[in-house]
Design a protein. Structure first.
Length: 315
């Protein structure tokens, strides 16, 4: 099936500098109040766009959904900084205040004709398919599809991002958390414990199809990172190679007892170095390059392992 692709990173499409003036203004307001929220909004929009692509949604809906994602947290403009930027866990009262950002954002959009078309993303992005979300506790298909997509992108970005109030969580660990959120659950009325039911009996918090699309997005990103890091490894190899050649002259220079030969070998080593490299620092540079190569090579191995783990995940 042929699908129309939408490139989020294309300068002619949806990046923030191409959004209409009103939305750019709102994003700038977010940035001035809370840089984390602004960055989060852009990341969620990027992930949302790519989810739409992997879900084979048309270009028009992709642009609409991505724009909704840009302003999904606009209501946080009116959340008190003491709550929004709190470094520790929110109290129940603070959590209830935080939850109001969905309704605040919705009201902001509905009052402005330019933002009104994107109101669903702001209001419903914390709704859950099983009815456990907020603000309205909607169930299943009653939740607009754009909000379901943004919910997955939002949750993934929020967990993996390093913020002022929490530490970074690994990609695979995050995906496993989302897998749990996609599983149908219900509380036993007698014990209060959660037990898992079959998909036919009940839905989870998020849509499995959207989550599977997220797997593809993450795999794409990881494989791109592997490719970029592999290119840098090739660069390090070439640097190590030329330093090893120079090192041969350096070692002969060190062992020679004749000043003339020492200078001859010094000049030989110098000819093999870049203009910003010094002969006397060859051993140190070589050592540092070997360490850099080992570290980056190990990281690539880790990324390959991560891709394999993600491909083995099941929803």
């Amino acid at each position: 099936m042929k699908t129309e692709k939408f490139d989020f990173y294309n300068s002619t499409t949806i990046k923030s500098y191409n959004l209409n003036d009103k939305i750019r203004y709102q994003l700038k307001m977010l940035d001035s109040l809370d840089a984390f929220t602004r960055k989060h909004s852009e990341n969620v929009a990027s992930i949302t766009c790519r989810l739409c692509e992997h879900l084979h949604l048309d270009k028009g809906f992709t642009i609409y959904c991505t724009t909704c994602a840009y302003i999904h947290d606009i209501g946080k403009l009116f959340i008190p900084p003491a709550v929004l930027q709190k470094t520790g866990k929110l109290t129940e009262e603070e959590y209830q205040i935080m939850r109001t950002h969905t309704i605040i954002g919705y009201n902001m959009c509905m009052k402005d004709p330019k933002l009104r078309p994107y109101a669903a993303g702001t209001l419903y992005h914390h709704e859950s398919l099983d009815g456990s979300g907020y603000p309205n506790g909607l169930v299943g298909k009653k939740i607009p599809y754009e909000a379901q997509i943004i919910r997955v992108a939002d949750e993934f970005e929020a967990i993996t991002a390093t913020r002022q109030y929490k530490t970074h969580v690994g990609i695979v660990e995050t995906l496993n958390i989302l897998i749990d959120h996609a599983k149908p659950t219900v509380k036993n009325q007698k014990t209060g414990k959660i037990k898992f039911l079959s998909p036919e009996t009940m839905v989870g918090k998020i849509d499995k199809k959207i989550l599977k699309a997220l797997f593809k997005v993450v795999i794409d990103d990881t494989e791109y990172e592997i490719s970029a890091r592999a290119d840098y490894l090739e660069f390090l190899k070439s640097e190590i190679k030329h330093l090893k050649e120079a090192s041969k002259y350096y070692e002969k220079m060190q062992t020679s007892s004749h000043p003339e030969k020492q200078e001859y070998y010094r000049q030989g080593a110098k000819c093999l170095l870049h203009s910003n490299e010094e002969v006397d620092k060859i051993p140190l540079m070589l050592e540092e390059l070997h360490k850099a190569y080992e570290v980056r090579s190990a990281h690539i191995d880790k990324l390959y392992k991560e891709v394999k783990q993600i491909k083995n995940l099941r929803v």
